[in-house]
Design a binder for this molecule. Structure first.
Ligand code: ATP
Ligand code: MG
Length: 262
């Protein structure tokens, strides 16, 4: 986005500056959007296996490799799985060094279910002992404050919100999402990527009721051509507030965990 600035005085200096926006770090997707406000909450939605976690792993890998900060609220899978799957895209060394310099942080919202067993403690920054709105909000608030202190920006990944939707009342889950957007994205300026599986009709319906609150919606989907034994993977940008974007499906392939053009 270009912004014109004029400094009044004898010569009336005039500048045109470009404000940095959030990028997914996936060229085929970033080419399709004019500019994403970093203070956004973007939902990554689609069916199971559609490529939602794949997209956020690619985004996390891109930002960590450039010295950025990423917090992953792990709800669907254990922290070790999150580390392993991110390592398959970003490389073990980058993930290990990002954890040790405090740039890649995992909020463990999974392991409370496997007590008294515990995951390796050296890979997690914070644990949630039960999925209550208070605990979740407190954990994301503290991690956002940390990322903001480290120089601003940062990304909060929530994988997935379905775990929260199935743990608390639907109206509380809606209110919690609004609060996370207000605190994390608007308050601390951290871009929130919230994953929602839409296989269930109830969830797809719920999503429609909150879409107006979201700053962006990216659909991750696949189509199977059984006759040709071929799977086509694609994203499409359903909504991106205050930005021009493509409306057609963006096809891609996966090469060693990376999203690449078809
Ligand atoms: N390293 C990889 N190499 C090749 N293909 C991969 C790799 N990682 C993921 N994929 C493919 O991407 C697809 C999407 O996986 P992903 O885990 O992102 O789905 P998802 O939308 O998060 O699903 P769920 O809702 O079940 O969590 C997988 O089915 C798999 O075929
Ligand atoms: Mg997933």
């Amino acid at each position: 986005m270009w912004v014109d600035l004029t400094i009044p005085g004898k010569y009336n200096w005039w500048f045109r500056i470009s404000l940095p926006g959030f990028v997914f770090g996936v060229k085929i997707l970033d080419w399709c959007v004019e500019r994403i406000n970093p203070r956004s909450m973007i939902a990554i939605v689609g069916p199971s296996g559609g490529g939602k976690s794949l997209l956020v792993r690619n985004t996390a890998s891109y930002h960590l490799s450039r010295g950025g900060f990423v917090t992953y609220l792990a709800l669907d899978d254990d922290p070790q799985h999150v580390v392993n799957s991110l390592s398959s895209v970003a490389g073990e060394e980058l993930v290990r060094s990002s954890i040790s310099r405090g740039a890649f942080r995992i909020i463990d919202g999974f392991s409370h279910r496997m007590l008294p067993l515990k995951p390796p403690q050296d890979i997690i920054s914070r644990s949630i002992s039960s999925l209550t709105p208070e605990e979740i909000l407190s954990a994301v608030r503290l991690e956002s404050a940390y990322m903001s202190e480290k120089g601003g920006g940062g990304i909060m990944i929530i994988d997935s919100y379905n775990e929260i939707l199935s743990s608390i009342e639907i109206s509380s889950a809606t209110e919690l999402l609004k609060r996370i957007r207000a605190v994390v994205s608007k308050g601390y300026g951290v871009t929130t990527l919230v994953i929602v599986h839409t296989d269930s009709e109830d969830i797809a319906e719920w999503l429609k009721t909150i879409e107006n609150m979201l700053d962006g919606v990216v659909v991750a989907n696949l189509e199977m051509d059984v006759a040709k034994k071929r799977v086509t993977r694609y994203f499409y940008i359903k909504k991106m507030r205050a930005s021009a974007h493509c409306v057609e499906p963006i096809e891609y392939r996966v090469d060693r965990g990376k999203i690449v053009p078809p």
